[in-house]
Design a protein around this ligand. Sequence first.
Ligand SMILES: Cc1cc2nc3c(=O)[nH]c(=O)nc-3n(C[C@H](O)[C@H](O)[C@H](O)COP(=O)(O)O)c2cc1C
Length: 188
Amino acid sequence: MLSIGIITGSTRANRVSPQVAQHILRHAEDRAGARYEIVDIAAYDLPLYDEPLPALFSPNYQTPQAKAWSETIHRLDGFVFITPEYNRGVTAAQKNAIDYLYNEFVNKAAGIVSYGSAGGGSAGRALREILVTLQVATVQSQPSFNLFTDFKDMQEFTPAPAHDQAIVRLLEQVEAWSLALKPLRAAA
Ligand SMILES: Cc1cc2nc3c(=O)[nH]c(=O)nc-3n(C[C@H](O)[C@H](O)[C@H](O)COP(=O)(O)O)c2cc1C
């Protein structure tokens, strides 16, 4: 059975990222092909990255937070990144968490769920470029939620049902590619 993590994208007070993650989990939890769990980056409380060596060369993480984060990403087969848009890119918290790791991500698949005042498209594109560097294969479907129409008062997540089809497609694609890449992970 595949294990897939739904990774939140922000850590600030009043963030909506956990609501979006919960919505994706509700769509995912009855699926036969994979077991899904929410991975909240805020719970890892990662310091601003200052490891002495890049993760590509050294897995000797300096803090318990980094070790715990590494173990979680290592045991997962694939990911759904919940990606808010901050200043046309990904959040500093999401980029910081990603920068800690390398090998833990390689030859895995990911889907991106973005949101922002225009659906978070710029953040989604930025994240794709980051993930390709880590050899993560990003799937086509990208549910994109609009702050003005899919959130009440920009705080309460009330997604239009029209997004459901894109969510199901994303889950199908992440499972298919996570499974397809398994032999490469086994060979590594
Ligand atoms: C620092 C900052 C920068 C932002 N920049 C953008 C932006 O460039 N484009 C956009 O659509 N929304 C932008 N927003 C709005 C966020 O997408 C919105 O606040 C969203 O709720 C953030 O996700 P979070 O609640 O999970 O933190 C920005 C918000 C913050 C806090």
